[in-house]
Structure formats: structure tokens, C-alpha cells
Design a protein around this ligand. Sequence first.
Ligand SMILES: Cc1cc2nc3c(=O)[nH]c(=O)nc-3n(C[C@H](O)[C@H](O)[C@H](O)COP(=O)(O)OP(=O)(O)OC[C@H]3O[C@@H](n4cnc5c(N)ncnc54)[C@H](O)[C@@H]3O)c2cc1C
Length: 483
Amino acid sequence: MGITSANCDFLVVGMGIAGLRAAHAFSRERPEGKIIIADLGGGASSEVMGFCAPMGGDDSPEIFIADTMRAGAQENCRELVEQLCNSAADAVNDLESLGVRFDKKADGTYDMLRPLGATRNRVVHCKTTTGKAAMAIYRKILSANENVEFRTSRIVKLFKKENRICGALGFERGKPVLYNTPRVALCCGGAAGLYGFSTWTKVLQGSAYAMASDAGAELIGMNRVQFEPCVAVFPAEIYNFPIITTMLFEGAKLIDARGKSLLENSQGKPNKRELAEIIARAAANGGDCGHGGVWFDFSGVEESLFKGKYPEYYKKLRPLVSDYSNFKVEVKPAAHTTLGGVKIDTCARTNIGGLFAAGEAAGGIHGRDRIGGNAGLEIFVFGKIAGESAARYDASSCDASNEANMFVKSLKTGGKDRSDTLKKIGEILDSHAGLPRTKSGVKEGLDRINILKNSLLENPPSGLEQICSLQNALRAAELLLTI
Ligand SMILES: Cc1cc2nc3c(=O)[nH]c(=O)nc-3n(C[C@H](O)[C@H](O)[C@H](O)COP(=O)(O)OP(=O)(O)OC[C@H]3O[C@@H](n4cnc5c(N)ncnc54)[C@H](O)[C@@H]3O)c2cc1C
């Protein structure tokens, strides 16, 4: 199959906020530079309700750094955390200068929420749609720039010469396209969509991790995945619906199949990670209420409080039962965000010349766990840094035709229907890279992935794009299966 080609100075993979911010920053530093933004649609950035910034009088970057390091069990990369927290106020100012109006109180100060794990109210927000508001602004600015091209393309492979990027291969409507470029920013999100039970769609398949590792980039913290603790599995009408955990501190209870209340003896408020672990452990140790989870029992919440404080939840959940005293749904943790990823320095550079990463594609900032609102901040701060660093990276134009031709020729096509492969990967990750994660479980998961890899090689599908994307999904799953 013939490969068409396109040349650019900067290829941005992914059009979430990290990617848009990278493209915007690059265009400011290098207005004459040609940018291509490749995307598949449906990233998580549109869901960002708000993000952390120490804008309160009782807060400071130092307190913010301490909170972030504590949440990550001091396993975070400290320099990245300092960069993140010290740049937060600038991220707010940048957005305000472009017209984003954050919610404020009557006295003019920011209306901020306190995420689990934070010692201060710190999440600034523009109603509940901060991500959508920011994306609309950056898209509008970039669309007006004749040096920026948006393409619907699945990027599957990076090419390099002497440890410097020289191009990338993508598929547009099933046809291979070579992007000759000396600079690539991986901003294509996380891998939660690879799990069978997740808060996000199948579009986020960890392709950044697979492509980076295949090109020889270092990764970090791939065993760190954040799980949303209470996501409904029963009844079927609300399957996959996340239940707000603050209700557990307003009278709601978590009850296992034996009737045991799970939070009775917990000291203080567990954070998201602890809560998810408590639920997963109870279900795995004989407390499974039928669908792999435990009961979230609302009956202890005063009905008037429920209705008044959580109207959207009340409207959705109350019709499920006739008797309020028996008001419960079964919940279990769902894969939410990947905390590890491509290893970057404070300039969003990887160990490969011309390769940058930002947002959920990058790792090292959050350590063992992340404070809610820090992913939202990371995409603005490190997206901008990735774009600026790419603009300052010295490189001439390049041509990766030979590498691309050789790669495409090496792919073996067949005619097998492999549409069930992603489902199988999801089952494997749910069973072996979920909670709790054990050494033997991870090994079994890797063995099962290996079987799938061999089967894909022996019986490939007919489409080149499907082969490449499944190979990357299997590679990403393998990377997530680490203890
Ligand atoms: C339901 C939900 C709510 C959330 N709420 C918050 C919140 O309020 N605050 C907060 O801090 N965090 C929140 N998060 C986390 C946060 O949304 C994400 O971590 C963040 O948006 C990731 O942004 P990103 O730019 O890195 O990637 P994304 O926004 O996920 O964008 C990635 C893009 O890459 C594209 N892509 C993927 N693979 C390829 C490929 N191979 N080729 C080309 N394109 C590709 C996809 O199409 C996608 O558009 C939430 C997450 C979820 C799931």
C-alpha cells in the first residue's frame, strides 16, 4: 500500500488540553513553524471540572508542593512537582487573559473546592465545565492560524535517526500517512480505556506509552493507576455511573455481602486510593455482593439532604427503588487515570531528541496517587512547556520515508476478525492490573497478553491500521502489567 506524506515542524499527537496548549505555545515561540495536530476525538480533557491552583490567602506553592508530595507518598519526581505547583498561578492568569472567567465569591476571591488529600481549598473552576471552556478558546485561536492543520489521524509509530526524531506514521481513513517532522509531542492521554471496567472510553489505549517505549524512551511508574472507588455495577440501568464519595461522610455506608460496614473502623477520611483498596479487598475476600462489588447504601443519608444537596444524583438514583430504607446500589472501583507514563524532565523532554510528552501521556508527577485537580493543572502547565521546549529544539527538516516503508513492509496482514482483542485485553487488565495487584497475578496477566500477541502474529487481521493499533494496545497492556 502506498504511503502519502506530509511535512511539518511540530507534530502534536492528541488534541486534549495538553496537545492544544503545546500547539499554542509552539506557535507563539515560532510563528512561522508548521504544526500538525493529529487526533481521534473523545479525550478526557472535556470532562475537567476544575484544577488545582493555590489562589487562596491561606495557601502557597510550598503548601501545594507538600500536599502533592504527601498524596504521592513522596514517590513523585520532586522537580516536576515544583514546576507544576510554582506554575499554577500563571496557568490561571493565562486562561483569564484569554477570557476564561473562573467562579468567584461575592468578595471577589476565587470560589475554590477542596479535593480529597488537599489541606486547602484549591480547585478553581469555571462552573463545572473548565475543560470545555479552555478547549474551545485554544481551538478557536489555533483554527485561525494558517500554519496549524488539524487531522483526524491515528498515530501508531515514531521514527528516529541517531536518537533524534525524524517522523511518525499515522492512519487517516485507514490509509498510511507519514509525517516527516523533527519534533513530536506525545499528548495522547492515558490508558484507562484499555481496562474493561473504566470511567473512560476505548479511545484512550495508552498509545503514547507503547510508541515511546518502542522508540526507546524511558517510562516511569507504569504500575500506578488511579481508580475511581465507587462506580456502579448494579442495577444495570446505572452500570458505569460514578457515585460521589462525599456522601459516605453524610450517612451513606459501604456494606459487604455479609452485612459488614467497611468504613466503621477507618481512621479519618480515607483518600480515593484507600477507599478503592478497601472496596476491592472486601469484594475479593468473600464480600462480593454479586457483581464484583459492595453495596453503597444511601439509606442513612437524610432524604431531604440528599435531594437538596445532590439533586442530579437524586433524580437519577431515587427512581431505582420504591423503599428509601432499602436504597442501595452495588459499586466497585473503575480504572480512572494513569499516573505513570513517559519519563520527562522539567522541560517536558524525553531521553530522545525531539520527543516531548505532556498530560496523562507523561509520568512522574503524581507518584503513588494524585490529588483531584492535579491532572487538570498538569495539562496546562506541561502542555505549554512541551510546546515551548519543542520550539527551542534545534533541528532541520527530515525525511523518514525509508524507515516508514520498511516498517509497513514488515507488517503481516491476514483476514482474521480480531475485533474481540480489546475486550480480552480489558478482561486481563481488570483481573491482573487492578486492585489488589499481586506478583503472581501480574505474571499470569503477562502470560495471557503473550498468548494474545502470538495469536495476533499468527492470525492477523486484514487492515494495517488495526494491526498497528492492536499491537500498541497489547504493548501498553504489557507495560501496565508491572508490580
Ligand atoms: C470523567 C473524568 C473526569 C475528570 N475530571 C477531572 C477534573 O475535574 N480535574 C482534573 O484535574 N482531572 C480530571 N480528570 C482527569 C483529566 O481529565 C485527564 O487526566 C486529562 O484531561 C488528560 O488530558 P490530556 O490532554 O493528557 O489527554 P486527553 O484529554 O485524554 O486527550 C488525548 C487525545 O489524544 C487522542 N489520541 C489518543 N491516542 C491517539 C493516537 N494514537 N493518535 C492520535 N490521537 C490519539 C484522543 O483522541 C484524545 O483526544 C477527569 C478524568 C475523567 C475520565
